[in-house]
Design a protein around this ligand. Structure first.
Ligand code: PLP
Ligand code: COI
Length: 354
């Protein structure tokens, strides 16, 4: 794959690291490439970041054929930039694409595209503590006709955004509301994929949570509305009587790369991690009898986010005195240490940008 590069004539000023937040600023360039069933992928290009033309009948507008990924590039203290487990994102995007009958992108091309855009926009990976360059690969059906069928034409794009903290709370514990009306996904559906439709379907519960002063909703399973699945933009873990419990990957939960990494880190630290069904009743009784010691979410954007309050059926429960717990902090420090290159990467998870 030879990527054609057209540089911008008007590079933008870089925002002050203190105002970054999440996903509001974009680098100077973006990657785009098209797919046609009879040609495969063609026209891989990096072009100036900006708006682009679309056909009004494009599949993505009507039937939501879209999948995406979320990953980060981190600026190390020696100035070099590194990615965290990028191959896992490549694999997951292709798994999502297969579920939606979209074409897959060869893993080596996915990695090459990331390297090309990050290197060209090198100065956009911020260096202030807690900041990174968020990468958003996305892939959508782009047939210019209204029939409902597996797409013949698609587009893959990559945009990049310097970011700080995902939650306005920063590192402070977040408030999470257990959603007991809407469901996010069921087994056999698209819950295990990172497709745009999952997020569209989650917005109403997210809004309800925010209107009640919570950061995000916690989903229960779609059939019995009994078992905990995940939070809006992160997987979830609980520490009960010294043991770590995280919902098993049921087919309706996103297989988080941060989740997988945290499980390995916790096991290395000597914790027992059990991936199993955990019901909301079990969680509430652990809250009531004081055996729930800590709760946190894991995700690329959210990193390791301490959960300080859980709302359920009109009641508010405080977790761990509303403060960040010891294991949560330890996990955050280890994971971010590896990601930003201040701790040794014994798992070989990071990959330098060439
Ligand atoms: N669950 C949902 C619904 C998400 O949007 C995310 C974020 O990507 C996660 C879990 C965590 O996944 P990862 O750790 O791969 O970022
Ligand atoms: C991520 O953590 O990368 C996400 O995609 C979460 C959200 C912004 C959709």
């Amino acid at each position: 794959m030879n990527i054609k590069i057209t540089k911008t004539n008007s590079p933008k000023p870089h925002p002050d690291p203190s105002v970054l937040g999440f996903g509001k600023y974009f680098t100077d360039h973006m990657f785009t490439m098209d797919y046609a069933a009879d040609k495969g992928w063609f026209n891989p290009e990096i072009i100036p970041f900006g708006k682009f033309l679309m056909h009004p009948a494009s599949t993505v507008f009507h039937y939501g054929a879209e999948v995406f990924e979320g990953m980060k590039a981190y600026r190390r203290q020696d100035g070099k930039i590194q990615l965290f487990r990028p191959l896992e994102n490549a694999k997951r995007m292709n798994l999502s694409a297969q579920r939606l009958c979209l074409p897959t992108v060869p893993e080596e091309d996915f990695i090459k595209i990331l390297n090309a855009l990050i290197s060209l926009d090198e100065a956009w990976t911020p260096s202030a503590a807690g900041t990174s360059l968020y990468l958003r690969p996305f892939l959508f059906g782009n047939d210019e006709s209204l029939g409902v069928h597996p797409v013949q034409n698609a587009r893959f794009m990559l945009i990049a955004s310097p970011v700080g903290s995902y939650y306005k709370e920063g590192l402070n514990p977040v408030r999470i509301l257990v959603e007991d009306q809407d469901v996010r996904a069921v087994k056999g559906g698209t819950g295990y994929t990172k497709c745009g439709g999952n997020y569209a379907a989650s917005l109403r519960a997210g809004k309800r949570a925010q209107d009640e002063g919570y950061a995000q909703a916690l989903w229960l399973d779609g059939i019995e509305r009994k078992y905990i699945e995940e939070v809006g933009a992160m997987n979830v873990m609980f520490k009960i009587k010294g043991q770590i419990i995280t919902p098993e990957l049921s087919g309706s939960v996103l297989p988080g790369i941060t989740r997988m990494s945290c499980i390995e880190l916790l096991q290395q630290k000597g914790y027992t991690v059990s991936q199993r069904k955990i019901s909301i009743d079990e969680l509430i009784s652990a809250l009531e009898n004081g055996s729930l010691e800590e709760a946190w979410g894991t995700g690329t954007a959210a990193v390791v986010a301490s959960i300080g309050t859980l709302g359920y059926k009109g009641k508010q429960y405080t977790v761990g005195g509303g403060k960040i717990g010891k294991t949560t902090q330890e996990l955050y420090d280890t994971l971010t240490g590896i990601q930003w290159g201040t701790l040794p990467d014994t798992f070989k998870w990071t990959q330098l940008i060439k």
